[in-house]
Design a protein around this ligand. Structure first.
Ligand code: ADP
Length: 244
């Protein structure tokens, strides 16, 4: 692990990458980035580069996984061996298994699961490059991939983290801030329904700091939600123009 920089916030109140505390990393989202999947999305958030692909709804194999009253969501979050500075084993780690579950549970409330009983949707997430906050960026991308696949949804799910580095509450932590900071609060929500689908906390915060971090993360989500909708609109407006 790299050494802790003396200060994560400089005298001007700026972070290691020059951002203000309440600033998101630059975000680029593309809906339908892959042509072979039923739905897909690509997101760049700072140095994070993540692909999400969706297949289904389709028949369940093995059959015993099928549920009589609703669709099953199967999610695999995977970090490519070249996604971090030291080669990562391609075998699923405990962290990847846990994040697959966390991401699935964040997405499930947004989907009308009861519309397609005895079927399954596969959600594949490939982290090509990681720099902190990959669970949030993965949820943001996977939700667009689900919408791109035409899955009936209550709302998009958008995710963002806030946390504490040095003595400051900051938005959208990158890897160094995540590792060297005091706390990290990732959350996901369906903005139109004002419903949280994920809330985690790593580290220590006072209840006041926790409240500030949650409010900041919600502000971040609001901005990313606009980008999600723009990405979908861009794809489908372009398709319509090609058809005409
Ligand atoms: P998140 O990516 O959601 O913040 P973590 O807090 O578990 O999830 O991880 C923080 C960051 O640590 C990741 O985004 C990635 O940059 C880095 N990281 C995770 N796993 C590894 C690994 N096996 N090797 C090197 N860096 C890793």
């Amino acid at each position: 692990m790299s050494r802790k920089p003396e200060k994560l916030i400089d005298k001007k109140g700026l972070r290691l990458d020059g951002r203000k505390p309440d600033e998101l990393r630059p975000i680029k989202i593309e809906a339908g980035a892959l042509s072979n999947a039923d739905g897909s999305a690509y997101i760049e958030q700072g140095k994070n580069k993540i692909l999400a692909a969706v297949y289904g709804p389709k028949e369940v194999h093995p059959k015993h996984l099928a549920l009589q009253d609703r669709m099953v969501i199967r999610c695999r979050y995977h970090m490519a061996p070249f996604s971090v500075q030291e080669r990562k084993s391609p075998a699923p780690s405990r962290r990847e298994i846990e994040l697959s579950k966390v991401i699935r549970e964040s997405l499930e409330p947004s989907i009308f699961l009861e519309y397609y009983p005895r079927t399954i949707i596969d959600v594949f997430i490939e982290v090509l490059q990681a720099d902190g906050g990959t669970r949030c960026a993965s949820i943001t991308a996977a939700s667009i991939a689900l919408a791109d696949a035409g899955i009936p949804m209550r709302d998009l799910v958008v995710a963002c983290a806030a946390g504490k580095v040095d003595d400051t509450i900051v938005l959208d932590l990158m890897d160094t801030e995540d590792k060297m900071g005091t706390a990290d609060v990732p959350l996901a929500l369906m903005p139109n329904l004002k419903a949280l689908t994920l809330l985690q906390m790593d580290g220590i915060l006072t209840s006041k700091e926790f409240e500030s971090a949650v409010n900041l993360a919600l502000e971040g989500c609001k901005k990313i939600y606009t980008l999600q909708k723009e990405a979908l609109r861009t794809k489908y407006v372009n398709m319509k123009e090609v058809e005409e």
